[in-house]
Design a protein. Structure first.
Lengths: 443, 524
C-alpha cells in the first residue's frame, strides 16, 4: 500500500479567522447600524429641533393634572427652558447612546436603547413644537396630558398586540386584528348606547371578536387557507360591513350611537400622585383590565403548562403532536382567545372615543401587530413598543391641531418604518415563532 | 416490554405499504428492523406510534391486544420514539423539551426543579449527560439525539423506537449511541432499531427482522455476514463494492480558494475553504450533515453568494456568477434535495430533462420551444439511463426516488462537462439505484471529468473517493486518501486535526496532488 499522506489543512486560514470572531460578525453589524441610527437621530435632534429654532424661543413644560375631578391635588410649577439648548442636550444624549452602542456593542438591550432614543426624539419634537415665540398657538406643553393621551392609545395597541401574541405564539397569524377592532368598536358603541353600560359592551365585543377569531381559525385550520389572505378578507369585510351598518342603521337611528364614554375609575390615593396618577391610576376600567391581561398572558405563556404547550405548537407543531398535544385544538383555542381580546380592544377604543364612525380605528390593528413584532412576540416587549408607538400616534394626531408645520404623515409612518427596520433585521433581531403562519397538516 | 405485531397490513389506496407483518420484540433486547429505503419501515413505525392505523392485524403489548389511536396514547403505553428528524423545539431548553406534554406542575405553574431533577436522574442512570438548561438549538446533533432519548425515557418508555438514528452522527457519536443503547438494554428496556446499515446491525442487534417491499422476508441473526444480510434485504445478490480502475488525475479543473459563505442567519457556515478537484478524479467531501457542505455546494453552483474567496472552473473565475453562467461554464449539478432543487415535480419527465437547457437549440429556437426535439431527447435519455416511467409525459412526481434521481443524472450528464458536483447522490435510493448512480459517477471520472461528491454516508465516501476531504464547522479538517480508514476520517469529522511525521504540509493551500494509484479497497 502506498504511503498515506495526511496533511493539515490551510493552516493560515484556521488561525487567521477564529470562528468565534466571525460568528459574532453579523450581530455586530446590526448593533452598529443601531448605533449609527442613534447618532444620526441625535444629530438631527440637535440640528433641526435645537439649532434650527434659534436662541430666542423658550419652551414651557407644565405638569398640571388632567381628568381629575374636584380640587387639584397638586401643583408643580411649570418649567421654562431654552428650546435650542435643551434640544441640543437631548440630541447629544441620544448621540452619546449611539456612540456607546458603537463602542461597547452590548449584546442585550439594544432595542431598549433604541426605544429610549425614540422617546427622547418625541420629547424634543414636543419642546420644539411648543416653543414661544413659535408657529404654534400653544404657549406651553402639558406633559401630563401628553402622557395620558399616549397611554390611552397605547392601551388599545396593547389589546391588539396581546391578541397577536396569543394567536401567533400558537402559529396562526392574526392580521385580522383591525377587523376585530372595528367589530368590537361598532358593537360596543351600539350596546353602550342602548344599555348605557360598558360591561355589556365589553361582553359583546369579546363574543364578536371571538367569533371573528373562530372564522379565521376555521378557514386557516380546517381548510389550511393562507392566513394572511383570510385575515385581510376579514378586515375588508368588517370595514365594509361597518360602513354599511353606519349608513343604514346608525345614521337614521342616532340613539344607537349616542357616544358615551366609559367613566374613569380613580384608584384612591394613587390617582393623586403627580403626573403618574392620571396616567396609570385614573383610567377607565378597560385600562385596568388591560394590565391584568398583560400579566396573565405573560405569566401564562412563560410559566404554565398551557404556555409551554402553546409555544411548542407555534414553534414545532409536529413535536407537540408527537407527545400527544393536539395542535389543531390548541390553535383553535388561542385564535378564538386572541380574537376575543382584540374585540375587547375595539370596545376599549370606543370607550375612549364615544361615537362610532367608519374608519375610526384608522389602522390601529396594524400598528398593534407592528408593536407585537417590535416587542418580539412577548407581552412585556409589546407593552414597551405600544407605549412608543402610542406616543408617536398621539403626536401625529395632535401636532396638526396645534398648527405645527411638520408633516404629520411622517409621524404616522413611524410605527411602520420601525417595523420594516426590525423585520428586515436592520435593527435588532426578531424571530417569529418558527411555525407562525404555516398551515399544519398531519401526515 | 414485550411487543408483538400479528399480521399487520397497511394500505394506501391500491398500494400495500405493509403486508401481513409479524414482529416480536422481546423485553431487554435490541431488535433490528432492516430494510431498504421504501421497504415500508417508516409506515410500520407510524403504525406503532399511533400516527397511522393498521387496516388489518393487531398489536399486542405484553400479550394484550391494544389499539393505538394517536402518539399521545402510544407514549402512555410506554412506546418512545426517537424520530429521524428530531421532534425537538429548537428554542426551548433541554428541560422544556423533555417534559413537554408531561409537565410537572406546582400550583398550576411549571415546576422546573422537578423537571431538572428527573432529567439529571435519567442522565446518570443511562450515561446520557446533558445540561437541562442548555437551549436545544445550540447543542450538537449528537446531543440533541440524547435529548430525544431522554424525552422518551422521561415519558417512561419501556420500548424505544430508534428511526435511522445514525444518519446524522459521526462514527464516534455512533459508538456513543450504541453504548447508550446497551445501557438501556441492560436496564431492561426494549429497543426497536430501524436502519439500512448492515455494519450497525451487526454491531448492536440481538435479533434482526428483514423487510422488503412491505413484507417480512425473514429473521436473521447478527452473526450472518453483511453479504448475506444485504442479499436478504435486496432480494438478490448485490455487489457492495464499487469497481474502480486506478487513474492518474490531470489538471485541476475546480480550484476553490479561501471561500467564506454565510448561511441564512448571516453566520459564516463555510469558513475559509480551499480545495482542488482535478480532471479524472473523484473528490469526496465527507462530514456530518450541517457542517457547511450544503452551503459550500450552493456557493459553487451560484445559488448562494460567496462573501470572500474565489472559485475557478477550468481556468475561468466563476465566483458569484449566476447559476446559468456557471452551468454554461461546464458544471453539472446533482443537488442534495432532488425533489426541491433537482426537479419540478409537477412537470413531465421530458421537460425536466431539458430544465437546464430550455433555451438552447435544438430544444428551442427564437424563443419558441421545439417540442419534437424535446421528446426525441427524452426518449433517448430514458432508454440510455434506464429510467422507469410510464411515458415521457408522466409527471416526475409519479416516479420512484431512484428514477427521479436518474432523470437528474441523465440531464446533467447529457452536456459536455468539466465538473460534476453530486450532493448526497444516493440518499434515500434503493440498492439497485445506488449501484447504478455509483457506476455512472465512476464512468464520468474515467472519461476524465472532475467529480466532487458530497456525502454524509461514510461508506459511499470511502467507496467512491480518490481523495477524501473532510468538512467540520465550515472548514476542511483534512484531505486524505480513503485508505486511511474510517477511524481517522471519523476523527476529522469531529474536528480533530491530524498531522504526523509522514505528513506533507502544504502551506496556505489545502490541496495536495496525492493520487491514489491503488484501487480504493472497499471498506467493508
Amino acid at each position: 500500500m502506498e504511503l498515506v499522506s495526511i496533511i493539515t489543512p490551510a493552516a493560515s486560514d484556521v488561525t487567521d479567522v477564529p470562528s468565534g470572531n466571525l460568528t459574532q460578525a453579523v450581530p455586530d453589524t446590526r448593533t452598529r447600524v443601531i448605533g449609527i441610527i442613534e447618532i444620526v437621530l441625535g444629530l438631527f435632534i440637535a440640528l433641526v429641533f435645537g439649532l434650527g429654532c434659534g436662541s430666542a424661543p423658550k419652551s414651557t413644560l407644565s405638569f398640571d393634572p388632567v381628568n381629575l375631578t374636584g380640587t387639584i391635588p397638586w401643583h408643580l410649577s411649570p418649567v421654562t427652558v431654552p428650546t435650542a439648548l435643551t434640544n441640543i442636550i437631548l440630541g447629544a444624549v441620544v448621540a452619546l447612546v449611539g456612540v456607546f452602542i458603537l463602542v461597547k456593542s452590548p449584546k442585550r438591550g439594544v432595542m431598549v436603547f433604541f426605544g429610549f432614543g425614540a422617546v427622547l426624539f418625541f420629547f424634543a419634537v414636543l419642546l420644539w413644537a411648543a416653543r414661544t415665540p413659535g408657529p404654534s398657538y400653544i404657549g406651553f406643553l402639558n406633559l401630563t396630558a401628553v402622557l395620558v393621551g399616549g397611554a390611552s392609545i397605547a392601551m388599545v395597541l396593547i389589546f391588539g398586540s396581546l391578541s397577536g401574541i396569543l394567536c401567533e405564539r400558537s402559529g396562526v397569524v392574526n392580521i385580522a386584528i383591525e377587523g376585530q377592532f372595528i367589530g368590537g368598536a361598532l358593537l360596543g358603541a351600539v350596546i353602550a348606547s342602548v344599555t348605557g353600560n360598558f360591561f355589556y359592551a365589553a361582553i359583546g365585543g369579546i363574543v364578536l371578536g371571538g367569533l371573528l377569531g373562530l372564522l379565521l381559525a376555521f378557514l386557516a385550520l380546517r381548510y389550511q387557507s393562507d392566513q394572511i389572505i383570510v385575515g385581510v378578507v376579514i378586515v375588508t369585510m368588517m370595514s365594509g360591513l361597518s360602513s354599511y351598518l353606519n349608513l343604514q342603521v346608525l345614521s337614521p337611528y342616532p340613539q344607537y350611537n349616542v357616544g358615551n364614554q366609559a367613566p374613569l375609575v380613580a384608584i384612591p390615593g394613587l390617582a393623586k400622585i403627580p403626573i403618574l396618577g392620571p396616567v396609570f391610576f385614573n383610567e377607565n376600567a378597560f385600562f385596568y383590565v388591560m394590565i391584568l391581561l398583560v400579566i396573565t398572558v405573560s405569566v401564562g405563556l412563560f410559566r404554565t403548562r398551557w404556555g409551554l404547550r402553546v409555544r411548542a405548537v407555534g414553534e414545532h407543531p409536529k413535536a407537540a403532536e408527537a407527545v400527544g398535544i393536539s395542535v389543531v385544538r390548541t390553535r383553535y383555542r388561542n385564535v378564538v382567545m386572541g380574537g376575543a381580546v382584540a374585540g375587547l380592544g375595539g370596545v376599549a377604543f370606543i370607550s375612549l372615543h364615544g361615537q362610532f364612525q367608519p374608519g375610526i380605528t384608522s389602522g390601529y390593528g396594524y400598528i398593534a401587530l407592528a408593536a407585537m413584532i417590535f416587542g418580539r412576540w412577548r407581552p412585556s416587549g409589546a407593552v414597551a413598543a405600544s407605549i412608543i408607538f402610542g406616543l408617536s400616534v398621539y403626536l401625529a394626531n395632535n401636532l396638526q391641531t396645534w398648527n405645527i408645520p411638520i408633516g404629520t404623515e411622517i409621524l404616522q409612518m413611524f410605527p411602520y418604518i420601525i417595523t420594516i427596520a426590525v423585520v428586515s433585521g436592520l435593527i435588532g433581531r426578531v424571530r417569529a415563532p418558527a411555525a407562525d403562519g404555516i398551515p399544519y397538516k398531519r401526515d | 416490554m414485550h411487543l408483538e405485531l400479528r399480521g399487520v397490513t397497511k394500505r394506501f389506496g391500491s398500494l400495500v405499504a405493509n403486508r401481513n407483518i409479524n414482529l416480536n420484540v422481546e423485553p431487554g433486547t435490541i431488535h433490528c428492523l432492516l430494510g431498504e429505503n421504501g421497504a415500508g419501515k417508516s409506515t410500520l413505525m407510524n403504525v406503532l406510534f399511533g400516527l397511522l392505523h393498521p387496516d388489518e392485524g393487531e398489536i399486542l403489548i405484553d400479550g394484550k391486544p391494544v389499539v393505538i389511536n394517536n402518539s399521545g396514547e402510544a407514549v402512555r403505553m410506554g412506546i418512545g420514539m426517537v424520530h429521524q428528524h428530531f421532534m425537538l423545539v429548537p428554542v426551548f431548553t433541554v428541560a422544556e423539551n423533555v417534559v413537554l406534554g408531561f409537565e410537572p406542575t406546582r400550583a398550576g405553574f411549571l415546576n422546573h426543579a422537578e423537571a431538572d431533577a428527573s432529567i439529571r436522574k435519567a442522565s446518570e442512570q443511562y450515561g446520557l449527560a446533558v445540561d437541562p438548561h442548555a437551549v436545544v438549538e445550540e447543542l450538537s446533533v449528537g446531543l440533541q439525539q440524547r435529548v430525544e432519548i431522554l424525552k422518551a425515557l422521561n415519558h417512561n418508555a419501556e420500548l424505544l423506537i430508534l428511526d435511522e438514528p445514525t444518519a446524522v452522527l459521526t462514527p464516534q457519536e455512533i459508538e456513543g449511541l450504541f453504548e447508550i443503547m446497551r445501557n438501556l438494554k441492560a436496564a431492561g428496556k426494549s429497543i426497536l432499531f430501524i436502519t439500512h446499515k448492515l455494519k450497525e446491525v451487526k454491531a448492536v442487534a440481538d435479533m434482526i427482522t428483514v423487510i422488503r417491499l412491505g413484507e417480512v422476508v425473514g429473521e436473521a441473526t447478527p452473526d450472518m455476514t453483511e453479504q448475506e444480510l444485504a442479499s436478504m434485504m435486496v432480494g438478490r445478490d448485490v455487489n457492495l463494492t464499487v469497481t474502480k480502475a486506478p487513474k492518474v488525475p490531470g489538471e485541476p479543473m475546480l480550484s476553490v480558494r479561501d471561500l467564506v459563505v454565510l448561511d441564512d442567519r448571516g453566520l459564516p457556515v463555510v469558513n475559509g475553504v480551499s480545495l482542488d478537484v482535478h480532471a479524472g478524479e473523484i473528490v469526496a467531501l465527507a462530514g456530518v450533515q450541517g457542517n457547511g457542505q450544503t452551503e459550500f455546494v450552493e456557493a459553487l453552483t451560484g445559488l448562494r453568494p460567496a462573501l470572500r474567496g474565489t472559485v475557478t472552473l477550468n481556468g475561468h473565475d466563476i465566483t458569484n456568477h449566476s447559476p446559468r453562467q456557471i452551468l454554461n461554464a461546464g458544471l453539472g449539478h446533482v443537488p442534495e434535495d432532488r425533489q426541491a432543487d433537482g426537479l419540478v415535480l409537477s412537470m413531465s419527465v421530458q421537460d425536466n430533462l431539458v430544465l437546464n437547457t430550455p433555451r438552447v437549440a435544438p430544444f428551442a429556437r427564437r424563443g419558441t420551444r421545439n417540442l419534437k426535439s424535446v421528446r426525441a431527447n427524452a426518449e433517448e435519455r430514458v432508454r440510455d439511463f434506464d429510467i422507469r416511467t410510464t411515458s415521457v409525459d408522466a409527471p416526475t412526481s409519479s416516479l420512484s426516488g431512484g428514477n427521479q434521481q436518474k432523470v437528474i443524472v441523465a440531464r446533467e450528464l447529457s452536456r459536455p462537462l468539466s465538473l460534476l458536483i453530486a450532493a448526497q447522490p444516493t440518499r434515500g435510493l434503493d440498492v439497485g439505484s445506488i449501484e447504478y448512480v455509483h457506476k455512472r459517477i465512476v464512468q464520468e471520472r474515467d472519461e476524465n471529468r472532475a467529480v466532487l461528491i458530497v456525502s454524509s454516508e461514510l461508506d459511499e465516501v470511502l467507496a467512491l473517493g480518490d481523495r477524501v476531504a473532510v468538512m467540520f464547522h465550515g472548514q476542511i479538517t483534512g484531505i486524505v486518501d480513503p485508505s486511511v480508514g474510517r477511524e481517522i476520517i471519523g476523527l476529522l469529522m469531529t474536528g480533530s486535526q491530524i498531522s504526523d511525521d509522514s505528513t506533507v504540509t502544504v502551506p496556505a493551500n489545502a490541496t495536495t496532488t496525492t493520487s491514489s494509484e491503488n484501487p480504493s479497497e472497499d471498506p467493508s
